[in-house]
Each structure stands twice: as C-alpha cells, then as structure tokens.
Ligand binder design. Structure first.
Ligand code: COA
Length: 392
C-alpha cells in the first residue's frame, strides 16, 4: 500500500492587541528595569489579553486564518487538537468550543497539555493520525494565556510571559512533509515550573466525601489555594536544563530524519529566552541567521510560541519550498519535543481580497448553525421535561 505522509497546508496566528512594554513593570512599582529584562531574556514587550478574552477566542482567530490559507472548508476537518495549559474550562475541552465556533461538524476535538512543548507534541501526534490514514485533515492549535496565572508582583516570573495563539492545518501528502519527531518527559522536575490549582489542591481544600474538611480548614486551605493558582518557577534550574534539552532533542530528530546540521534552513526554537536560544544554536553549530527569534515582541507565549514563530518566519520569507525546518521546544512537566519537516507548499505572498469576506461568511454560518443546534437541544429538553412531568 502506498505510504501516506502529512504536510502543513495552512497556518495562522493571533496575538491580542494590548502591548505591554517592559517599562510598564517599572511603572507598576516592581523593582526591575527594561535593561534587566531585555539583557537577561531578550524580551522587550509582550501581548496581554483583555478580561473578556479567553483561550478559545484566540485559538479560533488563529484557526480561521489557517483554514483560509489551506483553502479547506470546515467540514473537511476530521480532528481538532488544541495544545494549551490555560484552557477556557477544566471541561469541556477548549477544542470543542473551537469546533462549535467554526462549525466543524465532522471533527473530533481534544485538548493536549504539555505546557510550552504542547504545540510540537500536538503536531507530532496529529501527523501520526494523518500518516496512519485515521484522519485526512487535522487542525492543530497552540494557544495560551499565561497572563491570567501570573503573580504580577513577582518580578522573576511576570516579565517573561505573554498571550497568543498559532494554528496549522495538516493534510495528507504523497511526500514527507513531517519527517520525524521526538517527545520526552521527566516528571521528577515537575516542581520546577508549576500552576498547581487543580485536583491536588481542590481535593485538599474542598474536602471529599471520604474525608471532608471542616469549615475552618476549608477557609485556611482556600487561602493557600489562591496562591496555588499562580505560576511558580525555578528560573536558573530551568535555564540550565533548557540549554541541554533543546539541542539534544533537535539532534535526536535530525538524526532520525536523516538530516545534518548543514541541511537545516531554519531552526525554530521555543521562544522563552534569547540566551537559551543562542546557547542552543551554538551547541548545534547553527549560525544565528538560521535561528528564528521573535521573543523580543511577544515574550514566552507557551504552546503558541512555535506556531507564532512559524507564521512570522513564513510571512517574512524565511522559509521556502524544499527547505528543511526543525522545531524544538521545552517546558513544564518537565517536557520536551522536537520535529523536523520539509516545507512543501507554496507560500502565498498575500491573502486574496475576497478571503476575509469568505471567512466572515463562513464564521457567521457556523455561528447560525450553532445557535440552531442549541435551540433544537433546548426544545428537546423542554419536551423531555414536559413528558416526564406528565408521567409523574
Ligand atoms: N528584574 C530585576 N531583577 C530580577 C528580576 C527582574 N525581573 N528577576 C529576578 N531578578 C533578580 C533576582 O532576584 C536575583 O537577585 P539576587 O541576586 O539579589 O538574588 C538576580 O536578579 C539574579 O537572578 P537569577 O534568577 O539568577 O537570574 P538569571 O540570570 O538566571 O535570569 C531568568 C533569570 C528567569 C531570566 C532565567 O533564569 C531564565 O530565563 N530561566 C528560564 C526561564 C524559562 O524559560 N521559563 C519558561 C520555561 S517554558
């Protein structure tokens, strides 16, 4: 049987309009400076969501662009994977919310949490779905808004992160596309980078049927739980580990894909810190012009960092058909992932003027379909209730 491959056919990104430059932290009263932040991290500004903007809102906007570039209709998508560690809700999955907004009625939908490595994990997992023939087209999104989990009084963490989303559409191809990938995790380092507020915290603060806490304990634990909702990090340890794991993961995936360093046209590392990226490039023997960086503009956008970087690399002419591109990421978990690809589709120099209109029409139609489905569900519920009452 003919072998199937996966290739990226569409891409899109979204960052919130609100720009927060480094000086803002000084204005807020933090003991920091633009000079400290930019010299230690390379970050000059980041984007931050408004109060009413959720992860699914950003994810949907990036996805709409990716679908337009791919030239696919919502019914063509078989699976939606949203890589995020800041979902809209514990449940339902953010991917289901995106699925509803885009009217992707034939698509399965799931979230994937591998923190900042999430997008490369999602891309590798989705490529396997396409290569095996289980899915024809997969929408893969990386979206995070870590700003809502930052302690804005903690200068060692709040200056590092930003919000955003990036998306790609994977489709079947006759040639690779995605060439190889590697994923890894070392949970012994889980405590180095955390946002703890989920079942471990809630079980102890709310009590459970088998061991409920009394009111006083609940109040005390509730205060602790509020602290547990913040992102905490051991910066220096993460830094040391990242400079080892990012190049190692990249080397692994190059070896398994049959690529040498000199074959690589562009290396897109996770955008966390300019110094980590430089150290990684040095270890790989890559000249700086082959390493993509936009951390200056957006800070660390977690699962969105690599797809946003990919979109900007494409829109600035850094990738051409036939180029070999390597992605490498690291993050909480600890987790890491790398992926090698051969760029295979032409890059449109501009979006056709009718495309925004087509996008608007498509999303309005999806919204109308969604309202109709909700209406139908609510009528059914009322009928069930009425019949139930009648029986009683
Ligand atoms: N402004 C000014 N000073 C700051 C500061 C800030 N925003 N943040 C920390 N400092 C201070 C520290 O308190 C410390 O002060 P002290 O020496 O008086 O104790 C000093 O700067 C040095 O701190 P240190 O943490 O050793 O600095 P560093 O050179 O390691 O840089 C990071 C700190 C966070 C930039 C760096 O460790 C890093 O990037 N780590 C990786 C983080 C990361 O990528 N996380 C995401 C993973 S997905």
């Amino acid at each position: 049987m003919k072998r199937r491959y996966a290739e990226i056919a569409g891409w899109g990104m979204y960052v919130p309009p609100r720009v927060v430059p480094n000086d803002t932290f000084v204005t807020m009263g933090l003991d920091t400076s633009d000079e400290w932040i930019s010299s230690r991290t390379g970050i000059e500004r980041r984007r931050v969501v408004e109060a009413d903007e959720a992860t699914s809102d950003m994810a949907t906007k990036a996805a709409v662009q990716a679908m337009a570039v791919a030239g696919l209709h919502s019914g063509d998508i078989d699976l939606i994977v949203v890589a995020t560690c800041t979902p809209d809700h514990v449940m339902p999955a953010t991917a289901s919310i995106v699925q509803d907004r885009l009217g992707m009625l034939n698509a399965g939908a799931m979230d994937l949490n591998a923190a900042c490595s999430g997008f490369v994990y999602a891309l590798a997992t989705s490529a396997a779905q396409v290569e095996s023939g289980r899915a024809r087209n997969v929408l893969v999104i990386g979206a995070d808004e870590l700003s809502i989990y930052l302690n804005w009084q903690d200068r060692s963490t709040c200056v590092l992160f930003g919000d955003g989303a990036g998306a790609v559409v994977l489709r079947q191809a006759n040639e690779p596309g995605i060439m190889g990938s590697t994923m890894g995790s070392d949970g012994s380092g889980a405590g180095l980078l955390t946002i703890k507020g989920a079942s471990r915290v809630r079980a102890s603060s709310n009590g459970t049927p088998s061991g409920s806490a009394n009111g006083h304990e609940k109040a005390a634990n509730g205060a602790a739980a509020a602290d547990e909702n913040y992102l905490t990090m051991n910066g220096p340890q993460i830094f040391r580990w990242a400079t080892q794991i990012m190049p190692r993961a990249a080397e692994q995936v190059m070896a398994s894909s049959g690529l040498k360093t000199e074959d690589i046209s562009l290396f897109i590392p996770h955008q966390a810190n300019e110094r980590i990226m430089k150290a990684t490039a040095k270890r790989l023997g890559l000249p700086t012009e082959k390493v993509f960086s936009n951390v200056r503009e957006y800070g660390n956008t977690s699962a969105a960092s690599i797809p946003i970087a990919l979109c900007e690399a494409l829109s600035t002419g850094r990738v051409d058909v036939g180029d070999y591109v390597v992605l490498s990421s690291f993050g909480a978990g600890l987790s890491w992932a790398a992926l090698a690809l051969r760029w295979s589709v032409p890059i449109p120099s501009h979006v056709a003027p009718w495309q925004p209109i087509q996008r608007q029409v498509a999303s309005r139609m999806a919204a109308v379909r969604s309202v109709l489905r909700r209406g139908e569900r609510s009528v059914r519920t009322r009928i069930d209730e009425t019949l139930g009452k009648g029986e009683g």
